[in-house]
Design a protein around this ligand. Structure first.
Ligand code: ADP
Ligand code: MG
Length: 484
């Protein structure tokens, strides 16, 4: 039997407002526990929430970015349940009239093809506090700093068909919200987490299978692993004559498995009702037009433009547009050096390699886009060769010079193209390598091409890497062949 996987994601994005969604308390991460929750966040008697306009603007910007309908009216509802980290006894959310309607996101797959994933809707809600089970022996600590932090919950249609597609979708959402600047997208700090709905069905069957919902997965890798485990579990279960039950499961990264938390029968009835403390949100066309005019160029548009205008490959365009910081860095390098392909190669090669080795993000690159662009220009105008360029890059990285030109000057890396000077070095190398010359002379003509590498290496060394490699190659061949 061939099985098909069906996946739908509910992604919670923490919005980057400075204050909470319904109060003036700070949202800054990492404060001392319980120093940033105010009476409104705790729902103490007699207080009234006031909606943070910035949260609305951010949600709408997301909606516009995914080509969603933005309804004129949206309404906040109370989702009632008891939990120690929810002192209000209800979470303010949007159940029936969310702020963002149906939209779609384009994802890019490994083979550089794209696929559209529909978004069912996105709604605003507040986060709850945090229960700290590890820090207190035999007790649970409650930190309410996070209570009232604005979240945008983005609910997809069940359009994904593999773990890879789900991860690609999550990456696309991550890149959209960080491009928009509406979230820092920091998954390690919980700024983006998702519930993964997974089901399987026999290939060719129309109706969906029963799904399990895996709660609170907080990394791209975990999304893939949780799905892989869950798919296998469900298939095995069905093939053994069992039935998948609709339930909530938890992914355990340590053991690489999902475990049941509660089944549908145990599910809460949240008794949603419109929050009497908050007015409906009414958005007019002028407001939407204003927000639309503020939208930056989005990742999918950038990706297309990098291919059509700059002639980059689909792969390069995809990598370079995935993060806004990376895209802007690349564009600046390109502006300075004028060669998109070279700019793409350097940003993805030498620069990304060095950043990864030192675990730095591109905003903290010790080599600026301006510096890298100038360095590439010096390769393009033949001032230095590729080998010297790497030395210049290293020097700039280590702060040993203000600019590529300064490093080239200080280290004497200017490429030697003077034929006379190169010939002199070649003559010296030939004079000092009688054994290799004899070997060259005695070998089959078709093997000589390979042997020339030794001499090239020696001449490059003698020039401290500055000789023009093409010239060295050509002249060496002439001189060696003259000796035959
Ligand atoms: P609920 O309201 O119970 O959370 P929804 O219908 O809103 O259920 O779906 C929640 C999420 O589950 C959505 O992202 C949706 O795409 C996904 N989903 C729904 N049915 C399935 C299914 N059979 N298999 C996989 N995902 C599903
Ligand atoms: Mg749900």
């Amino acid at each position: 039997m061939q099985w098909e996987t069906v996946i739908g994601l509910e992604v919670h994005v923490q919005l980057a407002t400075r204050s909470k969604i319904f109060s003036g308390a700070s949202t800054a991460f990492g404060a001392e526990p319980n120093t940033q929750a105010c009476a409104v966040d705790l729902g103490l008697p007699g207080v009234l929430p006031v909606l943070n306009e910035q949260a609305v603007a951010m949600a709408v910007q997301f909606g516009l970015a995914v080509h969603a309908e933005i309804p004129e009216v949206s309404v906040f509802d109370r989702k009632n349940y008891f939990y120690p980290d929810l002192p209000k006894g209800y979470q303010t959310s949007q159940m029936y009239h969310p702020i963002v309607g149906a939209g779609e996101v384009e994802i890019t797959l490994d083979d550089d093809t794209t696929k559209r994933i529909r978004i069912h809707h996105a709604h605003l809600e507040e986060d709850a506090g945090k229960s700290l089970h590890e820090d207190f022996h035999g007790m649970t600590g409650i930190d309410l700093n996070r209570a009232g932090t604005p979240l945008l919950e983005i609910v997809s249609e069940p359009d994904m068909r593999s773990a890879k597609e789900a991860a690609a979708y999550l990456k696309a959402i991550h890149s959209i919200v960080t491009y928009l600047g509406i979230s820092d997208g920091n998954m390690a700090e919980g700024s983006m987490r998702c519930d993964v709905n997974v089901s399987v069905r026999p290939k060719g069957q129309d109706v969906f299978g029963t799904r399990a919902e895996i709660k609170n997965v907080n990394s791209f890798r975990f999304v893939e692993r949780a799905i892989a485990f869950e798919v296998e579990r469900q298939i095995e279960l069905i093939e053994d004559g069992g039935k998948v039950v609709q339930e909530t499961r938890l992914f355990d990264p340590e053991r690489d498995e999902t475990r049941s938390m509660r089944t549908k029968e145990e599910a809460n009835d949240y008794r949603y009702f419109p929050c009497p403390d908050l007015l409906p949100v009414v958005l007019d066309q002028a407001y939407l037009d204003h927000l639309r005019s503020q939208l930056p160029e989005l990742p999918a548009d950038k990706r297309t433009r990098f291919q059509s205008e700059l002639g980059l490959s689909a792969y390069d365009a995809n990598v370079l547009s995935a993060s806004r910081d990376m895209a802007e860095f690349f564009e600046e390098v390109h502006r300075v050096c004028g060669d998109a392909k070279q700019a793409a190669n350097w940003v993805q090669g030498e620069l990304s390699g060095a950043l990864n080795r030192e675990n730095l993000s591109i905003q903290h690159s010790p080599v600026s886009a301006q510096q890298l662009g100038e360095l590439i220009s010096r390769v393009l105008d033949d001032t230095i060769n590729g080998k010297a360029a790497k030395q210049v890059f290293q020097a700039l990285w280590n702060g040993q010079g203000e600019s590529a030109d300064a490093v080239i000057e200080a280290k004497g890396l200017k490429q030697v193209t003077d034929t006379g000077a190169i010939e002199a070095m070649i003559d010296q190398v030939i004079a000092e390598s009688p054994a290799q010359v004899a070997q060259y002379r005695d070998s089959e003509p078709e093997k000589r091409g390979k042997m020339i590498g030794y001499f090239v290496g020696q001449v490059m060394k003698a020039s401290r890497g500055t000789a023009n490699p093409q010239q060295v190659n050509g002249l060496l061949k002439e001189k060696l062949d003259a000796l035959l």
